[in-house]
Design a protein around this ligand. Structure first.
Ligand code: C2E
Ligand code: MG
Ligand code: MG
Length: 738
């Protein structure tokens, strides 16, 4: 360790030292300084440049480690941002940062007066940093530090270290000092530029997202110098150099109420409100002074449409004249508090309202909404309120007694509206529906009540015929909702943790008794290893959309297993997977499937896609197109659960599927009576005549197998042969491939 006491050199002492400015030039290592300057100015990456400079300096001056530490404004910590080491220092980085963090503000004080600081054995003239220093793997026995100050604040520090005793010559100090100054000027300029750029990007984004119309005009000539993107969008004919009142106000002379005038009279900023009678809109126009360096002043003008805001403040819905939602909330809270009576919140709408707009035009749509509001308003009692939230979403606060008559009122409203428009549009049918939430005795936020009424309205719409278009939110419904949410959460968890498993149920050729196919069926295995069957979770997963993720998991797992079995030399029969309704809505499904089978190196012909019958009634045309695409790729396709719903024989004719799976319901534990025998027989005949392959599902008894055999049909999937089984069991049934 050095015996010298460390030296801190005061700025004032600098002059006393024997290197005057002229001598300094002589004293500094010019070659090293030139190299550093050239590197920093030519290297695009700042930190790479610093590293190169550190390397050169350290080799020249026989140093062991050189570092640049910076104050990271965003994360509010000190970071080593560049470092050169002669040999491995056992990664002292963290310790250096820690030590610097503790001493940073002491250093800041210190360097107000000091030019640089020499530390010998962890000490300088004032402080002893020994403990921090000796905690390092490599002890900087002798070091010199130079601060980088930004308006008196420590922005960084450069440290040059030797792990052996050494003296620092004046020439060395002068050289390092000059290099530090150069680095610090580059670094601070670089930071300033980055900050300005960030400010510009944020500012621009803030302006753009608000859709602000702003533009800059010259003080004397009112000619446009700049326009915001949105200004150009709203006024596509406006041109640079054009008069602002001409371009933005459509006037031939300057506006009477022009905010620039106040600015010309000395105000920094001025705001005026104007009404545009042609557009029927209110605007605020703000002008502020922008001084250009040349002295020619300009004005920044910002024009913003405040019509909607005024409507809201006025509390009226422009289209129907009923309350705005904001006003409704205020009024409703006041009434509920004051009257302490029993109220219910009703959320109403019109079934398929967008179709009315599409078919009869927006004008008619608007008329329907106005009439709706008018009719409901007529029926309101004292203290009851109606507002329009948006589109055909109406919220109504009613006395609890009105709830009993709600079904009747909704029914009457539907017939009144339909009758009113039937004269002009004989085919029109307007059906209203409502969700009701009883708030009696509760103090709740209106938005929360509305949320519940909205959920109830969904049920009313889904079951419009059973509910008569009205559904009241109940305790049981709330519990069910909670349960559904819980199950959904559990399913998501299970998916993440891999608790879903794929089972396989073989399909058998009843003539040869051979396995000629299998269906992949998902299972949920809970933490107690109980197996939960899909009947319990698939409908929910379909509702929440999670089915897409579950199916993707099933496809991946199934394809992976097929590939594995194949590679193990087993003969894998055609395996089918179920495709849910939601998947079919996605136009990318064929591409996704193809990429998946490619990923596992499988041919599409090895996979069958089962699509449940009920889907075929929703959008037959689209579905037929999707199936054709799947078939073109090479997948086998089948219609699942055939006969369970409303399958019509005519539909059968237009379907491009290869296979028809007769629904298990035909066979399940049924004693095959004469009638069902006749139906099954007819369907099988027809299907085979039309060229479909037939699979009979849910076959449980010998008698059923015999009956199928008699019909000349061969493929059976049912408990009589096999139940769905885990892959480990299924693979044992697979024969070696020839
Ligand atoms: P599905 O596609 O019609 O599948 C056939 C169902 O019939 C399976 O029920 C199977 O276990 C059952 N089954 C087969 N033979 C017999 C039998 O002889 N007797 C009785 N009682 N049942 C039999 P599972 O596995 O409970 O699946 C029920 C439904 O859940 C499936 O009907 C399918 O619609 C859906 N599902 C199953 N796995 C998936 C999947 O991975 N994705 C999607 N989207 N749906 C799936
Ligand atoms: Mg199926
Ligand atoms: Mg089925």
């Amino acid at each position: 360790m050095g015996t010298d006491q460390g030296a801190a050199v005061r700025k004032s002492e600098k002059d006393k030292q024997d290197f005057s400015p002229e001598q300094q030039v002589v004293n500094i290592n010019k070659e090293l300084f030139d190299y550093s300057f050239a590197t920093i100015s030519s290297e695009r990456n700042f930190y790479q440049a610093i590293h190169k400079i550190f390397e050169e300096v350290s080799l020249r001056f026989s140093l062991d480690r050189s570092t640049l530490m910076e104050w990271d404004k965003v994360n509010r910590k000190i970071r080593v941002t560049s470092r050169w080491v002669r040999e491995d220092d056992g990664n002292d980085l963290e310790k250096m940062e820690q030590s610097a963090s503790i001493n940073w503000f002491i250093m800041e004080q210190y360097y107000q007066e000091l030019e640089y600081n020499i530390l010998t054995g962890g000490k300088d003239g004032k402080e002893d940093y020994g403990r921090d220093i000796y905690a390092m793997n490599k002890v900087p026995v002798s070091a010199v530090q130079f601060p980088i100050l930004d308006s008196g604040k420590m922005a960084g520090v450069l440290t040059f270290e030797s792990w052996k005793e050494r003296d620092w010559s004046k020439a060395e100090i002068a050289t390092l000092s000059s290099i530090t100054k150069m680095i610090s000027s580059y670094m601070l300029r670089r930071q300033m530029k980055a900050e300005l750029e960030a400010e510009y990007v944020v500012g621009k984004k803030a302006m753009d997202v608000q859709n602000l119309i702003y533009y800059v005009v010259g003080e004397q000539d009112y000619r446009i110098r700049y326009m915001s993107h949105y200004a150009r969008e709203c006024y596509p004919d406006a041109k640079y150099g054009q008069l602002c009142y001409e371009a933005f106000m459509g006037r031939k002379a300057p506006c009477q109420a022009c905010p620039i005038k106040a600015c010309q009279a000395g105000e920094e900023q001025s705001i005026v409100e104007t009404y545009d009678s042609e557009e029927d809109n209110w605007y605020t126009l703000t002008a502020s002074v922008m001084d250009r360096e040349s002295g020619a002043r300009q004005f920044l003008l910002c024009k913003s449409n405040v019509t909607a805001f005024l409507e809201r403040v006025k509390g009226e819905d422009q289209l129907t004249g009923v309350l705005s939602y904001e006003k409704f909330k205020l009024e409703a809270v006041r009434i509920i508090k004051k009257e302490k009576g029993s109220f219910a919140l009703v959320f109403m709408g019109i079934q398929d309202f967008s179709r009315i707009n599409d078919e009869y035009g927006y004008e008619v749509g608007d008329q329907v909404l106005r009439k709706f509001a008018e009719e409901v308003t007529i029926g309101l009692r004292d203290g009851e309120l109606i507002c329009r939230i948006k589109g055909d979403d109406f919220a109504i606060l009613v006395n609890r007694r009105s709830v009993e008559r709600m079904s009747q009122r909704v029914g009457e409203l539907s017939s009144t509206l339909t009758d009113l428009f039937r004269e002009r549009f004989p085919n029109i049918s307007i059906n209203c529906f409502a969700g009701v939430y009883d708030i009696s005795g509760r103090e709740e936020y209106i938005s929360r009540c509305l949320d519940r009424a909205m959920k109830a309205r969904k049920v009313a719409l889904k079951n419009i015929y059973e509910t008569g278009g009205v559904y009241v939110y109940s305790k049981e419904f709330e519990l069910q909702e909670k349960e559904r949410e819980e199950t959904n959460r559990t399913m998501k968890n299970c998916l993440q943790r891999g608790y879903f498993k794929v089972y396989f149920q073989p399909k058998v050729d009843i003539v040869t008794n051979e396995i000629i196919g299998a269906e992949a069926l998902v299972r949920l295995v809970d933490k107690d290893q109980h197996i939960i069957s899909p009947g319990r979770f698939i409908p929910l997963a379909e509702e929440s959309g999670l089915i897409v993720e579950i199916d993707k998991y099933v496809y991946e797992e199934t394809f992976r297993l097929i590939k594995k079995w194949q590679d193990e030399g087993r003969k894998v029969p055609l395996v089918s997977v179920n495709v849910s309704r939601l998947h079919l809505l996605n136009d990318n499904l064929p591409v996704y499937m193809k990429s998946l089978s490619d990923k596992y190196g499988l041919k599409p012909e090895q996979i069958e896609l089962e699509i449940t019958e009920s889907v075929f009634f929703e959008d037959t045309e689209r579905l037929v197109d999707m199936i054709k695409q799947m078939k073109d790729i090479g997948y086998i396709t089948s219609m699942d659960d055939f006969g369970a719903g409303f399958s019509t024989l005519s539909l059968m004719k237009s379907l491009p599927v290869d296979v028809i799976k007769l629904d298990g319901g035909f066979f399940l534990k049924n004693q095959l009576d004469g009638k069902s025998r006749a139906v099954i027989s007819a369907m099988m005949q027809l299907a085979e005549n039309l060229g479909f392959k037939v699979v009979s599902e849910g076959v449980e008894t010998m008698e059923q197998v015999e009956f199928i055999r008699e019909q000349g049909s061969r493929c059976v999937q049912g408990f009589y042969f096999y139940k769905p089984m885990p892959p480990e069991e299924f693979e044992k049934l697979l024969k070696p491939s020839e």
